[in-house]
Design a protein around this ligand. Structure first.
Ligand SMILES: NC(=O)c1ccc[n+]([C@@H]2O[C@H](COP(=O)([O-])OP(=O)(O)OC[C@H]3O[C@@H](n4cnc5c(N)ncnc54)[C@H](OP(=O)(O)O)[C@@H]3O)[C@@H](O)[C@H]2O)c1
Length: 287
């Protein structure tokens, strides 16, 4: 019986495998699954089993999930294709007799107007209808999402966006991964839905202050209208689709859709979530 982690070639999946190992789960009962399995050689050297699993090729899911007791389905990154891809993995898990499937979703995916919510909502519905026992990890925003803003601020002294007075309860990927590992290796999470976020929501003035501290130079936050932001991004060379997506996300942030702090994440990991400054410092060191 094993724990399969899909998307193990990505940032979050790899961190989940690392946490499972650090938590004492035997390496040979962990399967790190993904497309680019050559990037998993170091985990294989530690005794972790490695399997090819491409969400777009159901036969790979069937093979990778054979004998699995618990599966973490890390939501894919190919926006627009994810519902069909996730459905294929869920169906393969059902056919393989998996006991519980854990899925990484988005904040309040079932009701949120967040631009990214519909594919997560659809996946949650497929999972509920599958009859599998599930756990839904509604992951909030990664602090790492702002590393690019901070790197630009190192040059410009500014963080710019259509975020207005919006606040973000972010946490680093490692905190979300630690929570996923707990949920995978312990009981008591059947059919549970967790709203995972950082303990404290910060505003963009605070992000600028954190950037100042980490960079050792003054940084300020400048909010702009959605129209101005769209024009600036287009002038910087982004295509129309990307501009629309970025501006919609910034508007969602302005509207407080990423700001809730129910405390599920710190409760699961048994410690406070990593503060903004610490998470930024560590992410910049690795960037
Ligand atoms: N909460 C947030 O702030 C936030 C931000 C960004 C993304 N996300 C979501 O959280 C997920 C994990 O985040 P991350 O930071 O680990 O992202 P990431 O580093 O981009 O990793 C994405 C993982 O999904 C895998 N994947 C994508 N399409 C696949 C397919 N068709 N078949 C098999 N594997 C596929 C990738 O495999 P390859 O290595 O083969 O490409 C990779 O392992 C993302 O995929 C996305 O759904 C959340």
């Amino acid at each position: 019986m094993s724990i399969v982690v899909t998307g193990a070639t990505g940032h979050l999946g790899r961190l989940v495998v690392t946490h499972l190992l650090a938590d004492g789960v035997p390496a040979d009962s962990i399967v790190a699954a993904g497309r680019r399995t050559e990037t998993l050689a170091d985990l294989a050297e530690r005794g972790v089993r490695v399997a090819t699993l491409d969400y777009g090729q159901p036969e790979t899911s069937a093979a990778a999930l054979e004998g699995a007791e618990t599966v973490l389905l890390v939501s894919g990154s190919e926006v627009g294709q994810r519902v069909d891809q996730h459905r294929a993995v869920i169906e393969a898990a059902k056919a393989a007799g998996v006991r519980r499937l854990v899925y990484t979703s988005a904040p309040k995916a079932d009701t949120s107007p967040l631009v990214l919510a519909p594919e997560h909502k659809a996946t949650e519905e497929i999972l509920r209808a599958s009859g599998l026992t599930f756990t839904i990890l509604r992951n909030g925003w990664y602090t790492e999402n702002y590393v690019g803003d901070v790197q630009r601020a190192a040059e410009t002294g500014e963080i710019v966006g259509a975020y207005g007075d919006g606040r973000v309860a972010s946490a680093p990927r490692d905190d979300f991964a630690a929570a996923a590992a707990v949920v995978l290796r312990t009981e008591g999470h059947d059919d549970a839905v967790y709203e995972l976020s950082g303990d404290e929501a910060w505003g963009f003035d605070e992000l600028a202050a954190a950037a100042s501290e980490v960079l050792g130079r003054p940084v300020t936050y400048r909010t702009v209208s959605s129209e101005q932001r769209a024009a600036d991004l287009a002038a910087a060379g982004l295509d129309e689709g990307t501009v629309g997506f970025v501006v919609a996300l910034e508007e969602n942030t302005r509207d407080g859709l990423l700001a809730e702090t129910p405390g599920d994440l710190s409760r699961l990991i048994g410690r406070p979530t990593t503060p903004l400054v610490d998470a930024l410092r560590s992410a910049l060191a690795q960037a």
